[in-house]
Design a protein. Sequence first.
Length: 134
Amino acid sequence: MTLTFEKCKQLKEANFPQNKKIAYVISPLSSNKTPFLLSMHIDEKMDGYANLIASGYEVYACPDLSELIKECGGAKKQICFHLEGIDGYWHSASCAFSVLLPPNERWKEYKGWSNGDTPEEAVSNLWLEINKKR
């Protein structure tokens, strides 16, 4: 499921990495500033994101679930990531984990917890929680 424009805007304002393949885009020529979803080509030779920004477009990354999990630390070593759906609602959590410590001390640092109506919303809320300004 795709995140809403409002959630993508909130992620951008909190400095979520923006160079993703799917984004909400607002044309500089649009009189009503209505965002639309756009798939971009990004590789060594062409960067659709950079081209849009250079042309005056407003661009808001729309990360998929795997990109959100990765940014929450789920793809890094020594990070525990948990996502589960219960009664139609989704919960996600992340914490530091070290196998070098005794079993009762392995959960070193709680990173954050959040929920949402979809897995993507739950994990995007988790990213916002982990990265909120202190």
